[in-house]
Write a protein that binds this ligand. Sequence first.
Ligand code: CO
Ligand code: CO
Length: 320
Amino acid sequence: MRGLTNISDPNLLIGSASSDDAAVYRISDETALVQTLDFFTPIVDDPYLFGQIAAANSLSDVYAMGGKPITAMNIVAVPTDHLDLDTINMILRGGADKVAEAECSLSGGHTVQNPEPLYGLSVTGLVNPHRVISNAGAQAGDRLLLTKPLGTGIISTAIKRGICSPELEKKASNQMATLNTPGSAIASAGLTKAGTDVTGFGLLGHLSHLCRESRVTANIDSAAVPAIDPNVPEFIRQGCVPGGSRENLRLAKEFTTFASNLTEEIQILLADAQTSGGLLVAVNQANLEQAQDVLDANGANIVAEIGVLTGPSEKSIVVS
Ligand code: CO
Ligand code: CO
């Protein structure tokens, strides 16, 4: 987005400069719009499940800003000559059911023909402008909480290679289809000002944005970061690593100090590109227990305390 012509508007509270999850535009002292869009190619074979995952992923960036989604619009690109109408309808039904679960109105959309199928949504939400969760709101001393285990990029690759068990495939798909509703709950309870969701740049990539904007260092205890399944290191050894995750790790080495005894598998897991990953929020020590309770009570898959923030230093992340 750098270099594009843009007018400056004081009501655009969060735009594209800070690598945040969504744009935030103030319309009154108590109300701001949260706007985002996301779409991708199918990552699972089941069209209904793909629709659900794509919708949960698109809605996630509103939750990650502390907002509540109100309207959503379909973005559909389909090869109508290769994909039958039933399959297309199943994708859209999966998406619509997930949008309804979020108590959000599906208000329209747009469809084009494309050689490769793509699906996602443009989502609008509302947030109190004083309660926004952004990359910039964290402080030294804050604890880091994660709401979904890592490894969906690795599992998705294992699924494509046909070496993932049906049980694990189901577990990963269900996790990816889980809404990040704890984000709006913890924001409206006033328990956090800083956070993001963990998606394509992996835990380390998204965390580095938070560290940069908040001018802090993240100290991560790798043993406290859960993997989605105990077989994840074995899948990594078998080469089930998406290209994006390897690239994430290559970039992460520029801003991360890894303890010398950390295995390559752990480093890859921490950099693994997630689809519809969990929330990563920074909370003040005094709010820690209450924040854990609110996340847990509002649908978090897990509530893992994975590290602590300290003042700025040369490398923005230290992994022990
Ligand atoms: Co995001
Ligand atoms: Co996005």
